[in-house]
Design a protein around this ligand. Structure first.
Ligand code: 5RP
Length: 212
């Protein structure tokens, strides 16, 4: 598994290395695959301006590797957003948020000119839904949101002991079939208290690279 993640991290570098410019800002996702990418990226730290990151964990690693990290509010443009995924559909729709960072990931993805998703083969599925779908929720809304999920036919599970970088909680939803990712993404985000869910149908990657 690690070998596959390292191989796709290198593929992502190959994809962008010739396009680096001194003023380019990269968007960086979260997770073990992205950690390998950051490792590879560190050799190129003087070839681009810096990064916007989707989590405190990635920001820490980027800084340790000597890459400047900026707030999204302070940059004009993010050229490439590079991130992993928990599931990838044949149409490049994703489930993300296994690491609980999907809200900021979606914000940075939406801010970028191009989203490059990096995964190992195990993430490719015919239909989204086997991986528990994460919802970031305002803590006070947790029980109410869970009841709405049960009514929808899903099984909500509170991610015990986990607080997001924004200070919220995560409900992982099992047992949902997702034949129409766009419709479910909209529906879930309309439940009061849900900050964002882990379906990336509107902000899906233009490129999915798969590890060997
Ligand atoms: C974090 C994510 C990650 O991209 C996803 O969980 C994949 O992680 P990994 O690369 O460790 O398999 O969405 O919120």
């Amino acid at each position: 598994m690690s070998a596959s993640k390292i191989s796709v991290a290198k593929k992502a570098i190959n994809q962008i290395e010739k396009k680096f410019t001194k003023d380019m800002v990269l968007g960086i996702g979260t997770g073990s695959t992205v950690n390998f990418f950051i490792e590879e990226l560190s050799s190129y730290k003087n070839h681009f301006y810096g990064a916007v990151s989707s989590s405190e964990a990635s920001s820490k690693l980027l800084r340790e590797k000597g890459i400047d990290v900026f707030s999204l509010n302070d940059v004009n443009e993010v050229t490439y957003y590079i991130d992993g995924a928990d599931e990838v559909s044949p149409d490049n729709e994703l489930i993300k948020g296994g690491g609980g960072a999907h809200t900021r990931e979606k914000i940075v993805a939406a801010s970028s000119k191009e989203f490059i998703c990096i995964v190992d083969k195990s993430k490719l599925v015919n239909q989204l839904g086997a991986f528990p779908l994460p919802l970031e929720v305002i803590p006070e809304s947790r029980s109410m949101v869970a009841r709405k999920i049960v009514a929808l036919g899903g099984t909500p599970e509170y991610r015990s002991g986990f607080i997001t970088d924004q200070g919220n909680e995560i409900i992982d939803v099992k047992g949902l079939e997702i034949p129409d990712p766009e419709a479910l993404e909209i529906y879930l985000n309309n439940i009061p208290g849900v900050i964002d869910n882990g379906i990336f149908a509107f902000n899906k990657p233009s490129i999915v690279l798969v590890g060997d």
